[in-house]
Design a binder for this molecule. Sequence first.
Ligand SMILES: [Zn+2]
Length: 205
Amino acid sequence: MKIHDISMTISERMTMYKNRAEKSPRFAVERRGRVQESRLDLHLHSGTHIDAPLHMLPEGGSIDSYPLERFIAPSRVLAFPDARQIGAAELKGKEIRKGEFVLLKTRNSESEAFDFDFVYLDSSGAEYLKEIGVAGVGIDSLGIERDQEGHPTHEILLSARIPILEGVRLKDVEEGTYLLVALPLKIAGAEASPVRAVLIDEISG
Ligand SMILES: [Zn+2]
């Protein structure tokens, strides 16, 4: 069984959305003899994380209200190496099926630094994926949309209870079919959670 780790490493120096250093993780390490205990001050949208509807919709569900089937799901990695943004036109022809957790691989995957011009999913793409009924949508940037007035991509997906997985690292993953495992922490009432996301190669035969 081949496991691809598609998670960002959590550290005080990790890349944050728009390089907002004030949101960076903070570790406090306590040592008593050989015993170490740490506290971590972690913004819930750090690194590889899932957004729940509550992130954008005050009456939306929180991260702990999702069935776990959403986060252990058949997944398709779709590559768009030349796209500047991904809309319905780009997604058509990829034969996306209902129930798949779609992961968008773009040129964002080539760099660890924050790119203010990152490739994103536009509202036409979000509508298209909602119509199909995908299990979730992930992208290789810390945001799934950029500079869209009113955050329509988030609104369209989250109002349909389609979770958004941001900050996946797909540089070393080929376009194809996998099993995605990306379990959020069980945090009561939270609008998001960091996840350890992995893709497992389909076991054939
Ligand atoms: Zn987020």
